[in-house]
Design a protein around this ligand. Structure first.
Ligand code: PLP
Length: 375
């Protein structure tokens, strides 16, 4: 079946040029650590790819970008590197992706003092409450840049500046997986110490991601081996995926206004009562919307029968019966169960969004008629 895909926050299709880059690089199969000329050439190209990505991110002088297998690995590695002392305090927002949230939970069990900063109603962090939580013992703060659940934007530049003015020693990490290509990024301007990105959310291939590290001298190795990735992460580099990632990052075509038009078109064409979570200050390509008395997963399956693929929340989370972030925001349970996440890219048109809205209207009405629900 030829599906209409509206789950781009989960993953994206691979861009044709990116795929070609990946295929070409596979012909240069040499191990970058070997000493002969073809290997040196591969090694050089990896360094050029690193430079391309660092330049795109606006990295600082001493900074680097370490390639990893996925953003989940990057997030785990950063938390494990920065949360080491039991006499210090650490803060992560309650709206973090599970790769941060579950790591923090596990580390709390291990005895670390990690607190969760509360959220506003759109899923962004409550800045006032966050600032109140910081004191001279706070060593590290992790804040998602754009929520994978609601699209809410955290103003990292402002927040990092304020956090560092309260405690200049605090290290700031931001998970930028859903921000890459959607927002203008500049690491120096944002004043972050760590930043996470992933290739498969920007039409790159899977199996490659990375982390920006402002000061690699302070980062300790977390995979010991052959000294790859500045001695911080051993293991033979995934050269084809690295080349594809550096290609993908240069191919951004995100048009904020166009995406906003698509979002508004979608909402205007929904003819039933709904609760919109992605209200103000959210990237327009992610829409979290809830219908009462209807399970989101039911709607996902009904829409699939009509050829539309949508999400119920984070893909990594879809097996959970409730949505942690929406609960944290304070959305009522009857709406949480009916939450769906629509996410799309620049390949979609207004007609696509109208088609999707109509399909949702039909499915929800059919379901309400069957169950006798009156709205
Ligand atoms: N962080 C955010 C905000 C995400 O949306 C995701 C994936 O959904 C991840 C991290 C994990 O990325 P990866 O699939 O590369 O591990």
């Amino acid at each position: 079946m030829n599906y209409k895909y509206f789950d781009n926050a989960a993953t994206t299709s691979v861009n044709k040029e990116v795929l070609q880059e990946y295929i070409n690089a596979n012909n240069e199969y040499f191990n970058p650590s070997s000493l002969y000329t073809p290997s040196l050439s591969v090694k050089n190209k990896i360094e050029m790819a690193r430079e391309t990505i660092l330049r795109y991110l606006g990295g600082a002088n001493k900074s680097t970008f370490i390639f990893t297998s996925c953003a989940t690995e990057s997030n785990n590695a950063i938390l494990r590197n920065c949360i080491k002392r039991k006499d210090k305090k650490y803060i992560v927002s309650a709206g973090e992706h599970s790769s941060i949230y579950a790591t923090a939970k596990a580390m709390i069990e291990e005895g670390y003092n990690i607190q969760f900063a509360p959220l506003n109603s759109n899923g962004s962090v409550n800045q006032e409450k966050l600032f109140e939580m910081i004191d001279d013992k706070t060593a590290f703060i992790s804040l998602i840049h754009v929520s994978n659940e609601t699209g809410a934007i955290n103003n990292i530049k402002y927040i990092a500046k304020k956090c560092k003015s309260i405690n200049p020693n605090v290290l700031i990490h931001s998970d930028g997986v859903q921000a890459l290509h959607k927002l203008k990024l500049n690491m120096v301007d944002m004043n972050v110490d760590f930043y996470t990105i992933s290739s498969h959310k920007i039409n790159g291939v899977k199996g490659i991601a990375g982390m920006y590290i402002a000061n690699p001298n302070k980062f300790t190795p977390y995979i010991y081996g052959g000294g790859q990735e500045l001695n911080l992460r051993g293991g033979t580099e995934n050269y084809p995926a690295i080349m594809a990632f550096s290609k993908a990052i240069t191919l951004s075509n995100y048009d904020y206004d166009y995406m906003e038009e698509l979002k508004q078109t979608f909402l205007q064409n929904i003819s039933l009562p709904y609760k919109l979570i992605s209200l103000e200050n959210c990237v327009p390509n992610i829409i979290s919307i809830c219908f009462p008395s209807l399970r989101g997963e039911t709607l996902v399956h009904l829409l699939e029968q009509d050829g539309f693929l949508i999400g119920t929340g984070s893909a990594c989370n879809s097996k959970n019966t409730s949505n942690r972030v929406l609960q944290e925001i304070g959305v009522e349970q009857k709406y949480i169960l009916g939450a769906i996440r629509i996410s799309f890219d620049m390949n979609k048109t207004k007609d696509d969004l109208i088609e999707l809205a109509n399909a949702i209207n039909n499915s929800v009405i059919m379901y309400y008629n069957k169950t006798g629900y009156k709205f």
